[in-house]
Design a protein around this ligand. Structure first.
Ligand SMILES: Cc1cc2nc3c(=O)[nH]c(=O)nc-3n(C[C@H](O)[C@H](O)[C@H](O)COP(=O)(O)OP(=O)(O)OC[C@H]3O[C@@H](n4cnc5c(N)ncnc54)[C@H](O)[C@@H]3O)c2cc1C
Length: 443
């Protein structure tokens, strides 16, 4: 039962109460849920979703498909959401941030979802309430959180969140840092050196750093042909490394004397341990590297909110029931997307979207007293190794032996062929997929 229907909620409801419960934006229209939103039956369950990014928005939309009667509220801290998808493109000028910017207006109006722009700062799982920075207290029957990721700056001596906002942007959450990194790339001196330091597993968008590296190399090829990129990696392999490296050979002279891109594995001393900002130097396990541009993409953990709410375990990610995405630590609370431990599924927007759909059905089933079925998930990660050169990895996932695992022989990576059209077509699929994907999430 939500706070509005709670039998213990026995005093008259005033506009002030409503403001407290739903926030100013939500009460601005004629009804509780605003001008365009219908009222719900008193018995309607209330599902509160925290985070209006990929996981949260998809969940709200698909829960509405699964249950026209449930009350849904999304609490999102920012009025606008900039997708990380295609944010690497912005760095090299293939897209603008405006093209990646969305809001929750359609989710609100078309799917009858109450949208509150506020930051959740706490929850009481016994009382089933969440509290926000502006002082709103909201009751829920089911709570769904999809708060994204947080960065482990403490893993790097000399690197801080403040420095990432300044001269050392990680640009791994799209926004002003993305533009700063673009400026730095454009300002690089002829023949200069850039470094991209990649994170340890697991992290958001496993191909993201390597797509970014490819874009840097392509940019150098056209605008700064004597420049060089060094990719410093704490790992000895990475997702789609075979097709990525083949693309680097074909496009950027990888492993030749004139290579525009060099990759240093963990075993060869690629793990960055220190940033010397004054001297534009990074220290790894084995060596000091000086560069004109340093882009450290830090190690990661579940979003801050997941930590604050006690939804993480010792791994600093959120354990879940693999068939429903319900937290393994707190009943009636569900964790989606990058914050969750989804085993073999990568931390991608596609995965978050797939998990949100499974979770929406599970929540709808549970609210109707039905047992949720067995989950099937899917993921396709498309990346560009050049503007017209695509590589992809895909799988269907099932829950087997207590883990989310690829189903049968469903997993696959782009084949290496001599057919020139093959990577070109993959690039076309990538661009089309990204355009359609954001529609599935926000429209
Ligand atoms: C460079 C790059 C490229 C990428 N490209 C792709 C791609 O091509 N394909 C793909 O599938 N994936 C891609 N991804 C990954 C994708 O962006 C993420 O996996 C996806 O966004 C995860 O969704 P999420 O819901 O977990 O988190 P997010 O989408 O980050 O959403 C989290 C939301 O929660 C909100 N929030 C957090 N805390 C609070 C709080 N306390 N109160 C209220 N709101 C809160 C945030 O403001 C945010 O809106 C890419 C990532 C990067 C970095």
């Amino acid at each position: 039962m939500s706070q509005l229907e709670n039998k213990t909620f026995d005093h008259k409801i005033t506009r002030r109460d409503l403001l407290k419960i739903f926030g100013a934006t939500a009460v601005a229209g004629t009804g509780i849920f605003g001008a365009s939103q219908q009222a719900f039956a008193k018995s309607a369950a209330h599902v509160v979703v925290v985070g209006g990014g990929v996981g949260g928005s998809t969940f709200a939309k698909y829960l509405r498909f699964a249950d026209p009667d449930v009350k849904i509220t999304i609490i999102e801290q920012y009025p606008e959401y900039i997708t990380c998808l295609r944010s690497n493109d912005v760095i090299v000028g293939m897209h603008t941030l405006d093209e990646l910017t969305f809001n929750l207006d359609t989710i609100r109006s078309k799917y009858n979802v109450n949208v509150v722009i506020d930051r959740v700062i706490g929850a009481d799982f016994d009382k089933k309430t969440v509290t926000t920075a502006k002082g709103t207290l909201l009751s829920y029957d089911k709570l769904v959180v999809s708060p994204g990721i947080d960065f482990k700056f403490e893993d790097y001596e000399g690197y801080t969140a403040e420095m990432a906002e300044g001269d050392f942007p990680h640009a791994y959450k799209a926004g002003s840092q993305t533009l700063k990194l673009r400026q730095q790339l454009l300002a690089m001196r002829p023949g200069g050196t850039a470094i991209i330091a990649t994170p340890q597993n697991p992290f958001r968008c496993p191909p993201g750093p390597y797509e970014r590296a490819s874009f840097f190399a392509e940019y150098f090829k056209h605008h700064n042909p004597t420049a060089k990129l060094i990719v410093l990696d704490p790992k000895d392999s990475f997702t789609k490394d075979v097709p990525f490296k083949k693309a680097w050979e074909r496009l950027y002279g990888y492993q030749t004397d004139n290579a525009l891109i060099d990759w240093v594995s963990g075993s060869d001393g690629g793990r960055v341990v220190r940033l010397d900002a004054k001297n534009n130097m990074v220290e790894t396990d084995g060596e000091d590297f000086y560069a004109d541009l340093i882009n450290i993409i830090p190690n990661q953990r579940a979003g801050k909110l997941a930590q604050t709410l006690g939804l993480t375990d010792r791994s600093e990610w959120c354990p879940i029931d693999r068939n429903t995405m319900e937290s393994a630590l707190h009943k009636e609370v569900y964790v989606l997307g990058d914050s969750s431990i989804a085993d073999a599924m990568p931390k991608s927007g596609y995965s978050a979207n797939s998990q949100a759909k499974v979770c929406a059905q599970a929540v709808a089933d549970t609210l109707k007293g039905h047992h949720p079925g067995k989950a099937i998930y899917s993921n396709v990660c498309y990346s560009l190794a050049g503007e017209n050169y695509g590589v992809s990895i895909a799988a269907i996932y099932e829950v087997k032996d207590g883990l989310i695992q690829p189903k049968g022989q469903s997993a696959g990576v782009s084949p290496i062929t001599d057919i020139p059209a093959q990577p070109i077509l993959e690039a076309v699929y990538q661009k089309n997929w990204q355009r359609e994907f954001v529609k599935d999430v926000f429209s």
